[in-house]
Design a protein. Structure first.
Lengths: 422, 310, 298
């Protein structure tokens, strides 16, 4: 009996404590919400990207580019008299985290612009959300063409060569190299839409440029595969003239190391996205003459702007900038130019001001087409050098060509046909 | 001491205040926190449904994300392939998830304890790779996104009330189940499986029923997730996602009905705040979980003075 | 399909199996002796590879490979011993749920710690010159380094067999598994023994990581990528059985290497189906001790 009544008393007390706890939780919530919102004389912009996990390197260096661009803007007195503050969050590569972060940023931090993530799946989910709240959205690493076509919203701008432009640029380079000679091709790409689209549009573009190409074998290992040994022997056995590799980042490093062991580079010329990170990690092991492409290789880009940025980045972070850093920087420049032109941070005014306009960036002028908001950014294609460059500590490109965006983009009619009707 | 009905730790005062706060929330808190609360509600349902197995029946499942994901994919695929309107897909989601749980459970329950946990984990991963590999049906690793939910539900307040209503009804049902003779039988199984069997209780039927019910409610939570985020992708089904409701339940306290609810509130707010405040949020979350497991095995509820039932 | 391509496929499957075996053996050993499931085992593997990369950065690769291959796992073993003393020791008698969550929490923390220490950059370790060549099989070439990994795993298997069956340490471990209290009454230091077993498990995970370092990009995400595969191998073979880990590794290695080529869409699903079938038909795994599994009954 006594025991029961004691239990009842405890129950009652516990109930009160619980209610208090609930109230305190809500109060904390409100205080947190208040403290995070914008301060006077300051505007906020946001980026949710992958800062942990296997593609963190892309997310972190991209964010450094954004930070450097904003620091420069603030050092020069800000935008329209306002300092710009960046809020960041990690999406852990999942769309749910991305959308949660972005909602927080839009609703609590009142961001005026959003910069895109690494993963296209996350990017597409965020694009819909950004448009719902009329927030301009700048994509500079994830480059799925769907974001300017099937899921296009007027608030999104893409300042990176998309999944149609990139393989077309490489195809053009190869077409010039081989001329009328028929060639054979083997393909290996990761098993998701980026990989499959790249492979399809590479082959289609080669044919469109008049190359007589025969595809001998095609492999689709999963994204993030760590063991390519089953896939490489069939590629070697095919004895194709060229092997198109759609893997990037860590996957490309793993693939290259394992393919070197099987002698793939001896029987075929490999075509792959050998950028700053991959070439640095592989420390001179990529066979000379391999056809390489990158969206913004600092060592091959012309112009004072990008050279100054490269030096400043190296001074600050003690490494050379990845393409993602350069692209992140230009994404901020694009937004800032739009704000200046519109004379306002408002999403709709900015979209109207930027659409169809040309902005100056460290990589030169970028025109954002009115029909799909795709920037006419160049893709760089070259051949991997024999030696490690003594200054940069990595192999660089020889015979490099910048393929202009105009020559590889979908036409406006093609893009608009794919866009949802608004 | 007599067997108490499962689901202690709920006081009527507390429930009343919580309900009042939640109904008033859309008119009091900023929209952003409404969306956080919506996440909390979905997670609370997911964790409570999982706790029907973990805490009530003593079956530790690391595979409930399979049913959560199946619920989400039911709504998303119905939209993607134009099979059924949203309302029908939403109602079908828990039924399909429950049906698949029935088949899965019939196999998984042949193993016990750790081996049961590993089997459910294997099922979770199996459904995950299927969602990822069946590219032509599911869009593979890209996932499905788009306007799969009626425009009305996208408005924050209406969306919140819809989620609140569904979660409240589901929690009430789960609470009733916990207090029914069936719920008591589950508890008896948790406490003394062999004895329950000896007393003539159809233990395996009860366990299978619990597994099926849990799967159905997890599927409902998954369908609600789609209402909230309008996307479905393979990682919703993998073992890491399966671990989430278990972690939430343990943080809150698995031995009371209210535990997973407190766990969900605490976990979601801590998670969001940590992600916003620090890049090392995984470290902080890991440390938090570690401390709870080591020093507060009864969970948050035990901190609040709630009774532990073992 | 000619002889050469079959031979190459078999060797590919064996490479995959060899690496999985080294890692799964550690997981299985720790479970067999300590009855705990360690979800941080994948983190130990990643840290092994990262330590290898750091040791390499100290000087000339051709000299450093062999010492680094031993030193990186030894460092991880030391770290493992500390973790056992601080954390795992507290949960030997706890429920599996507690063990799973504690080690999962640890894996989250180690992932962030590794990101802090080593950064997000993907690294690469060069193949030592002596193993950089190729073996030519009927006109097709196969990397020597892969053969080295296969040999290493055989050596690990043999070493574990000798250790567990023919040394005092091994006898004590087996005795502790049967009756820890009795062993302690005989005046043996059981806690120290358990620390040693846990450290050995960590050593094997890190050795697996260090051994694949020249074959892979090293960086964040390696931990979760390996964990599930290692688990499947250990479970199929029978948790606690080293020979089982070898058999499980061979089966999964075959599925991963050959299955993915023939049935790319279904092969990953088959791996989980295999695990489900084994758990249903023979929960203790193909070579696990049956009575052990049923001792899990309450």
């Amino acid at each position: 009996m006594a025991r029961n009544s004691k239990a009842e008393r405890r129950e009652g007390r516990a109930g009160r404590i619980r209610s208090l706890f609930g109230a305190a939780g809500l109060a904390t919530t409100l205080v947190l919400a208040g403290s995070l919102s914008a301060r006077a004389g300051e505007v906020t912009v946001g980026q949710s990207t992958s800062l942990s996990g296997s593609i963190a390197q892309l997310g972190i260096t991209g964010q450094r580019g954004i930070t450097m661009a904003l620091d420069k803007i603030n050092a020069e007195g800000g935008l329209l008299g306002q300092k710009v503050r960046l809020v960041v969050a990690d999406d852990g590569m999942t769309p749910a985290n991305g959308t949660t972060n972005v909602r927080q940023m839009i609703l609590s931090d009142h961001i005026k612009a959003l910069f895109g993530p690494v993963s296209s799946a996350v990017g597409a989910a965020e694009e819909t959300l950004a448009a719902q709240y009329r927030i301009p959205y700048f994509l500079f690493t994830s480059n799925d063409v769907r974001m300017t076509t099937q899921v296009f919203t007027p608030y999104a701008f893409q300042v990176v060569p998309n999944t149609v432009m990139e393989p077309r640029a490489v195809a053009r380079y190869l077409a010039e190299l081989v001329g009328k000679k028929p060639i054979t091709l083997a393909i290996i790409t990761p098993n998701y839409s980026f990989g499959r689209d790249s492979a399809d549009s590479f082959v289609a573009a080669l044919r469109a440029y008049g190359v007589d190409v025969k595809v001998l074998t095609q492999q689709f290992p999963k994204l993030g595969e760590t063991d390519y040994t089953p896939y490489i022997p069939p590629l070697v056995a095919a004895h194709a003239d060229y092997v198109f590799v759609g893997q990037y980042g860590g996957d490309l490093i793993t693939f290259t190391k394992q393919a070197l062991g099987f002698g793939l580079f001896k029987v075929s010329t490999v075509v792959g996205q050998y950028g700053r990170q991959v070439l640095t990690a592989l420390a001179g092991q990529v066979p000379a003459g391999t056809i390489a492409f990158d969206r913004a290789p600092y060592w091959a880009m012309e112009g004072e702007g990008v050279k100054r940025f490269t030096e400043a980045y190296h001074t600050r972070y003690h490494e050379w900038p990845s393409a993602w850093a350069i692209l992140g920087y230009t994404a901020v420049e694009t937004w800032a130019a739009g704000v200046k032109k519109a004379g306002d941070f408002d999403g709709d005014k900015l979209v109207a001001a930027l659409s169809g306009t040309t902005v100056e960036t460290i990589r030169g002028p970028i025109t954002l087409r009115a029909c799909d908001h795709q920037g006419n950014v160049a893709e760089y294609v070259g051949r991997v050098s024999r030696e490690v460059d003594p200054r940069y500590g990595q192999q660089i490109y020889t015979d490099v060509k910048a393929i202009p965006g105009e020559e590889t983009m979908l036409t406006c009619e093609e893009a608009q046909k794919l866009q949802p009707r608004h | 001491m007599t067997q108490r009905a499962y689901g202690g730790g709920i006081s009527m005062v507390g429930v009343g205040i919580a309900a009042l706060l939640l109904v008033a929330a859309p008119w009091v808190v900023p929209t952003s926190w409404l969306l956080v609360l919506e996440n909390v509600l979905v997670l609370a349902l997911f964790a409570t449904a999982t706790n029907l197995l973990v805490g009530w029946t003593g079956l530790v499942s690391f595979g409930q994300a399979a049913f959560y994901g199946i619920g989400a994919y039911t709504v998303a695929l119905a939209w993607l392939h134009g099979i059924a309107p949203f309302s029908l897909a939403f109602v079908a989601a828990p039924l399909i998830a429950g049906l698949i749980a029935l088949f899965t459970g019939a196999i998984a329950l042949r193993a016990r304890k750790l081996y049961f946990a590993l089997l459910t984990l294997a099922f979770s991963e199996l459904f995950y790779v299927l969602a990822e590999q069946l590219y032509d049906i599911t869009n593979g690793a890209n996932g499905i996104f788009g306007a799969m939910v009626p425009a009305l539900l996208i408005s924050p307040r209406i969306g919140f009330y819809f989620t609140l209503a569904v979660v409240m009804v589901a929690l009430l049902l789960l609470y009733r189940i916990g207090h029914s003779p069936f719920g008591l039988a589950l508890q008896a199984i948790r406490e003394r499986r062999v004895r329950a069997e000896a007393l003539g209780l159809a233990v395996s039927h009860h366990e299978l029923a619990a597994f099926t019910l849990s799967g159905a409610f997890c599927g409902l939570a998954g369908a609600l997730y789609v209402v909230h985020d309008q996307t479905a992708y393979p990682e919703l089904l993998n073992w890491v996602k399966s671990g989430e409701p278990v972690i939430v339940a343990v943080i809150g306290g698995i031995s009371s009905f209210a535990g997973p609810l407190w766990g969900a509130l605490f976990y979601q707010i801590a998670h969001d705040a940590l992600v916003a405040l620090t890049r090392d949020w995984q470290m902080a979350l890991g440390a938090l979980l570690l401390l709870v497991v080591l020093f507060r095995p009864g969970g948050l509820v035990s901190l609040l003075g709630g009774r532990e039932e073992r | 399909m000619n002889f050469a391509s079959v031979a190459i496929e078999v060797l590919s499957a064996l490479t995959a199996a060899a690496n999985l075996f080294i890692i799964a053996a550690g997981l299985s050993l720790v479970f067999g002796a300590l009855r705990i499931i360690n979800l941080a085992h994948g983190s130990f593997y990643m840290i092994g590879a990262l330590l290898m990369a750091s040791l390499f950065a100290l000087g000339r690769p051709e000299i450093l490979f062999w010492p680094a291959l031993v030193l990186a796992p030894l460092l991880m073993a030391g770290f493992g011993a500390i973790l056992e003393r601080l954390l795992f020791r507290r949960i030997y008698h706890a429920e599996h749920l507690v063990q799973l969550l504690l080690s999962y929490a640890l894996s989250l923390m180690l992932a962030d710690l590794a990101l802090r220490i080593w950064g997000a950059d993907t690294r690469s370790v060069p193949t030592p010159a002596a193993l950089a060549g190729v073996l030519v099989v009927g006109g097709a070439s196969f990397p020597l380094y892969n053969l080295f990994v296969i040999t290493l795993s055989l050596a690990v298997g043999l070493g574990l067999w000798v250790l567990l069956r023919h040394t005092r340490f091994g006898w004590e471990i087996r005795a502790a598994v049967e009756d820890a209290e009795g062993l302690s009454l005989c005046g043996r230091n059981v806690p120290a023994l358990f620390t040693a077993v846990f450290a050995l498990g960590a050593f094997l995970a890190a050795l697996g990581g260090a051994a694949v370092a020249p074959l892979q990009a090293i960086g964040p995400g390696m931990d979760s990528a390996i964990l599930v595969s290692a688990f499947i191998v250990a479970v199929i073979g029978g948790l606690g059985s080293i020979a089982g880990a070898a058999l499980g590794a061979a089966i999964i290695g075959f599925f991963q290497a050959v299955g993915t080529l023939w049935l790319p869409t279904w092969a990953p699903a088959f791996i989980f189906l295999a695990m489900i079938m084994v758990l249903v038909i023979r929960p203790s795994g193909l070579l696990g001790a049956a009575q052990r599994a049923w001792a899990e009954e309450d």
